[in-house]
Design a protein around this ligand. Sequence first.
Ligand code: ATP
Length: 309
Amino acid sequence: MIAFEGVSVEFGGARVLHGIDLRVRAGALCALVGPSGSGKSTLLRLVNRLVEPSAGAVRVRGEDVAALEPTRLRRSIGYAIQSVGLFPHRTVAQNIGTVPRLLGWERARIAARVEELLALVRLDAGLAGRFPAELSGGQAQRVGLARALAADPDILLMDEPFGAVDPIARRGLRAELRRIHAGTGKTVLLVTHDPGEALELATDLAVLRGGRLVASGTALELTAAPVDGFVRELMGGGDLGLRRLGLLPVRAAADAGPPPAGAPAIEEGASLLEALSRMVEARSGVLAVVRGGAPAGSVSLRGLVERPP
Ligand SMILES: Nc1ncnc2c1ncn2[C@@H]1O[C@H](COP(=O)(O)OP(=O)(O)OP(=O)(O)O)[C@@H](O)[C@H]1O
């Protein structure tokens, strides 16, 4: 769906990306992670031609973007950024309707779409007539997300989209993105400096360091066998084992046998990290696993440590 083929980028003679080869398959949520200045935003901005490569090619839906008209390309791709970039003199509804309006949609269709998107990003419909200055940071970022989704693009580029909000709002927005991604099958390329966020959200990760791609793979792959100390540190360092437990469901370590009487319960779809936390809280080395409220075996501290691949 998106392919970087030997892509390098130079700014004023300084090379900031070095021969990047990366494929993002259709339907993936690929997180670009790496330290500040490693080239994440630059890589993202190649996709909608806000940045041009000095060597190599970028393909979107199989086509070399260099051959596509930038304005049309940009209208076909959702783009949400940390600073949100809402138009200050336009209402929330007008901001969300920007791309549909440019595409020539009828007024009634735009209004219906705005209403639908406000519900999708869980914003009160009463906010539609407000101006950006009258929103909280979290609300503004939800509007930014709604605007990026407005014309139902199959590709969404997100550059630190939840950067400017408090941890609770951030958690809510992450859950929204996960739900939207799961429900729509869009291809998402997400820049984040928070590897925990990347591990929680992404189906695939690409790790950049000094303008080079140093690792890529699924969250389970990167946490199972980090290619080097840098990637290991980035993926969690001393917490790597816990991060891994956060990626695996309880059912991956459950035993079929019944739990001891009185064992606290956990849903089989919860993560093993949640199971561990429940064990610590309840001072119990065993939990009863339930599936939709019905008994489905047990999970023990030992199983949790020894079972997951
Ligand atoms: N328009 C530009 N002109 C000159 N240099 C630039 C430009 N944009 C980015 N750079 C440089 O390219 C390098 C990579 O920047 P980029 O923003 O892609 O990194 P990043 O990994 O997204 O960083 P951060 O996490 O801090 O946003 C940096 O050294 C930056 O200073």
